[in-house]
Design a protein around this ligand. Structure first.
Ligand code: SF4
Length: 167
């Protein structure tokens, strides 16, 4: 695959604070129903945020969306990385560069407002997380050599990921 034309987005992500970023084939992104179950049963954020389930796309919808793309930018960060800001800025950059389908997903719930109320107050900036869209983040990032593990206690270092579907 010739991804050279997307490498500028990798550099931009790193300049904005990502630890690393890679262009990946869209068909290597895994979406699975169990991810939705984990959101619905066990996460206190379920239903409290317009970017989270049940408002966000289901795994089946996400699979169909992924099917209409060839490439994506996968972004790796840690607790100091503004993943969601990077995703939104790069989605916008790609759109202005002529990739009209560019669509970004971040990590975790949206924290832009103290209280999430409909309609969304910042639609330009609010994006669902990968996991809120049913993406199996563990399988997806491991397949591309990125680190991720279950956080067993407060001493574990978290890894965060964002994704921008490009073309
Ligand atoms: S920007 Fe505010 S209203 Fe929109 S999803 Fe985020 S928290 Fe909710």
């Amino acid at each position: 695959m010739d991804t050279s034309k997307y490498q500028d987005y990798v550099k931009r992500a790193i300049r904005m604070g990502a630890k690393d970023a890679k262009i990946i084939p869209a068909d290597t992104i895994v979406a699975a129903q169990w991810v939705r179950e984990k959101c619905q049963f066990g996460c206190g954020g379920y239903g409290k945020n317009l970017t989270c389930p049940p408002h966000s796309p289901t795994p089946e919808e996400t699979k169909r969306v992924i099917g209409s793309y060839r490439y994506a930018l996968l972004i790796h960060g840690d607790e100091n990385t503004p993943i969601n800001k990077i995703v939104v800025r790069l989605e916008r950059r790609m759109f202005l560069d002529g990739y009209e389908k560019a669509f970004g997903m971040g990590a975790g719930p949206c924290f832009l407002c103290e209280e999430c109320t409909e309609p969304c107050k910042y639609p330009d900036e609010a994006r669902p997380s990968m996991e809120a869209c049913g993406i199996d983040v563990f399988s997806t990032v491991k397949a591309h050599g990125f680190p991720i593990e279950v956080l067993k206690d407060q001493n574990c270092k978290p890894n965060y990921y964002g994704l921008v579907l490009i073309d």
